[in-house]
Every structure is written in C-alpha cells, then in structure tokens.
Design a protein around this ligand. Sequence first.
Ligand SMILES: Cc1ncc(COP(=O)(O)O)c(C=O)c1O
Length: 439
Amino acid sequence: MESKPYNRRQFVAATSAGTLAAATAPAMTAPAAAHRTASKLAVRGGTPIRTQGFPGWPVWDPQRDEQLVLSVLRSGVWSRAKVVSQFEQQYAQLLGAKRCLATTHGTTALITALNALDIGVGDEVLVGPYTFVASISVIFLSGALPIMVDTDPETFLVNPDKLEEKITPNTRAILPVHIYGLPCDMTRINAIAKKHDLLVVEDACQAWLAEIGGKKCGTLGDLGCFSFQNSKHLTCGEGGAITGDDDQVMDRAVSYHDFGRGGPRLGSKCRMTEFQAAILLAQMQRLEQQTQRRWENATYLTSKLQGIPGIYPHRLYQGVDRAAYHLYPLRYVAAEFNGVPRDRFLTALRAEGIPCTGGYGRLNKAPFMEHTLSSRNFTRMYSPEQLDHCRAQIECPDNDRLCSEAVCFSQRVLLGTKEDMDDIAKAIIKIVENREQLV
Ligand SMILES: Cc1ncc(COP(=O)(O)O)c(C=O)c1O
C-alpha cells in the first residue's frame, strides 16, 4: 500500500489555501515555506527555485589519480597484468566476494557470466523489463530467451510475486536487475531459485556497495555483474566485473574472457586494460564515502517527499541496508494532477532548476524483441511454440504504466548537500501547489 498521510480532499483544501508546504509538516522545512509566495512557476516565467548547478561527474583527484594512470603509461605494460589483478583483489574484498574478474564492460561481464554458467540455446531466463537494454540483449546474445516478468511499480524492481508463474521446464535462470542501485527482493528470488533449481545472475551494473540482509548486491546470487562505464559510481570510462564464490565457475569465466585459454572451452576476448584498472583503483578510494552520501541524501529526500499527493517516492524492500542510487526514482501519478502528463511535470521541474529525467522506456515493447524472435538464427534454434511463449510474456502492464510515471534524479544530484535536497523538495511542492499552471 502507498503511504498517504492525507487524502485528496484534504489536499485540495490545503492547496487551494496555498498551504501544502505547511500541511506536509513536519516533512517541510522553513526554507520551503518561504517559497510559498513565489507561486508563479518558472516554466510560466516565474523565479526558479534554484539557479546554481549540482555536482558534476566524474570526479577525480588530479594528483593521485593522474599519478596512477601515468605510472601505467610509463611502465609500457598496458594490456591486462598486475594492476588489473590488484583491482580484482581489492574489489572482491570490498564486496565480500571470494573472487572477482575484471572485463571490458558490464555487457561483456554479463555475457561472460552467462557463458560460465552454461546458459544458452534452449534456455529461458526470467528478467524484468524495467532496465537498461543490455540486461535483455545479453540473454539473446547468449542464444537464450528472455522471459519478461512484470515490474512492481512501487519498488521499480522485478515483482517477486510474478516470478513463479513464468517458470517452465525450459527455465534455467533468473537475472534480477538492481536497477538504479535499489536492491531486488533477493530473499524471495533466491528462495524461488532454490525451489526450482534455477541459477541466479545478478545484474548489479548500477548497484556498487548496495546491500540487503547484510550482503552486498552482486554477492547474493551465483554470479554478480558490474559496469564501470562513464556515468557509473565506480568508473574508468568503460569497464566491468564479475564477482563469484565458485572457483570452477569463475575459472570458466576467466577462460572465456581470454580466448578460452587455460581450458577446453571456446572463448572470446574482453580483458580489462591496466589503464582502466589504475583509474578504478583511484576511484575506489572515494566509493564508500560517496555511496554513503547518496544514501543519506536519498533517505532525507524521501522523508521530505512523503505524503505529497500524486508524488510517490519508491519503496525499498525489507532488509535493505543501503541502496546505491544510480538514480533516485519517484512516481508522478497524472490522475492526481488533473491528467496533466508526466512530461509537463518534468519540464516544469527542470525550469525550477532541478535536472530530472523520465527513466527507462518500455523495453518489453522494443523493436529488437520481435526482430530477434523472428530472426534467421532464432527461428532455426527454437520451435515456433517456444518463440510464441516468449512473445506472450511481453505484455507487462505495470511496467508500461511505470514508464509513463517515473521521475528520476541522477546520482550526481545526490552528491550535493541537504540544502540541495531541500531545493528538490521545494521545487516539487511549488509545482504541486500551483499545478493548475501546468495545463
Ligand atoms: C543495468 C545495466 N546492465 C548492464 C549495463 C551494461 O554495462 P556497460 O555499459 O558497461 O556495458 C548497464 C550499463 O549502463 C546497466 O545500467
């Protein structure tokens, strides 16, 4: 159930009196109340809540970080060697995993993980559609079929209640995506996997140091995969990693990522360079402190946004110790804004000086789905019945709705101060109070 401390009638009464900010007390603070008089929305020519920017990304320490990269340059050893190994050891330790393998991207980490677990042609992999395209495309690229499981709109994550009904004799694995760094309900997911003898590959590409039940995301399934692309909290421009505890499986991953060397299996090549690892070692120094700051700011922001009609902050699952917040998501419910579409709200919020986006699109309806299912490869690998079964799972109504309701703030915004969070809340409340100007 959504928490709604006061109902719609109270809201209309409060807003018509122009006192929503006061009505949301104690969540609202004095600075927010001060803006009640500036009621003309910035999108209508009023004064924006905020004109100064938010922190930029990426950040680095010119002395220490540049020194680490320079020393790789000057060593003349640029392909995978000891700096990559050093990164792998430190990242495994940071996460509490037995092993870590660095790769070129999050995408190649996922492909390598699926290969190491022998997931491929004939297999079905359960996955939620509210994610970045790579979570789905890697399943197809491995020759397996992605079976869509609808999203829980309150949490933005795969709905554990809807997993079991999608299991068939062909199901091999679940690929939970901790999207935006919000931990999936891994207790339920792992219990379902155990009951049905399924593998679990965590897409933790946005979940560095997120934690649930005392364990870090990426260490809760059979393998965990991470991305270090430019926007990511731990970044070297492009990069990835796999974490795991099973030596045999990890040895297969190592072999696959290096042409199949050291084993009998066919492999590919996705080895990290020494430059990437040097930057990651430098970035890793700041990761814990930055993660904690995002977590504290996000928790504070949620407390400020509770109870605003039509605005629903995401819900975290029980047992979450910390979310990583690659983005901070909330839902804008147009029906509570006289049907004004979400995009007008986004435009108004940006005009108030708050950078925001609408999050992911309907990946379950992306053209590549049907294109792949009817491709030469897939029609030769699968029976028409199995392909139709995959097609039939594409309808995810909760996800479709979520894609038109989401409002997201980027991780760099959450690196700001508490006053920055106050500005976000003030801007939202200003728009809610003056929502008739959105039309
Ligand atoms: C959820 C998710 N999965 C997979 C990937 C793929 O990672 P990369 O871009 O490093 O290949 C990303 C990267 O954006 C991601 O956000």
